[in-house]
Design a protein around this ligand. Sequence first.
Ligand code: IPE
Ligand code: IPE
Ligand code: MG
Length: 253
Amino acid sequence: MLDIFKTNKSRKNKEQIVLDKENIPKHIAIIMDGNGRWAKQRNLPRTMGHKAGVETIRKVIKESNKLGIKYLTLYAFSTENWKRPNDEVSALMKLLVEYLKNELEELNKNQVVINILGDIDKLPSDAQREIKKAIVTTKDNIGISLNIAFNYGGRDEILRAVNLVLEEVKKGNINEDSISEDIFEKYLYTYNIPDPDLIIRPSGEQRISNFLLWQCAYSEFWYSNVCWPDFKEEHLHKAIYDYQHRDRRYGGV
Ligand code: IPE
Ligand code: IPE
Ligand code: MG
């Protein structure tokens, strides 16, 4: 057992959360939502919310590492987020570049392996350069895998996989009668990454927003009203605690 104490706002109500360290989810995926609303509540521009959200990313990676989570996937930019005003889109691109530039050394020191899920060819060249550098620098590390979903869409990923499989069939590398789930999964961005055990979405929205559509088949979902910049270690603990009290049946009895 792992003793984690959750302190409520009123210090009198100290609620103890004891996590079972034998049942820590192997893969947690987070839809980092609510940055814009966080900023609006403070009369700040939306981009300030995104900046504040980066602080939460740092905290969550550190805590996930401490808890022994093996894979952490963070949804940072969806294939639909291009619909946003140009200045917000470019601010998000810039934040990604800055984040990788500022954090790579520290992440590497902590043995983090960085992966990107999504179509990076459509990103500005400086973003592509920093992404490639981060992947190459951290590829032999042995710590937590940090998957950043950037320009990621679940439908886009599935369609891409279908086309890749078709190409292999045309080349004669795959027999069209033998396409199984195992073969198909090799063409997803998440190849070699286990499906998420737990998907967390802060900000009060209770939808999937095109995230990990194939992979979430048997994931447990956890929602919170807190906006991402206000998401704290205690929320992560509570999500894991609730997860540990669910009964995952996978269609069985
Ligand atoms: C999540 O925060 C970050 C991205 C989608 C890039 P939002 O920007 O969606 O924040 P809200 O939902 O408008 O509050
Ligand atoms: C989902 O959030 C995408 C990311 C967090 C990157 P959105 O804010 O884009 O989702 P919707 O529009 O509320 O469904
Ligand atoms: Mg949102």
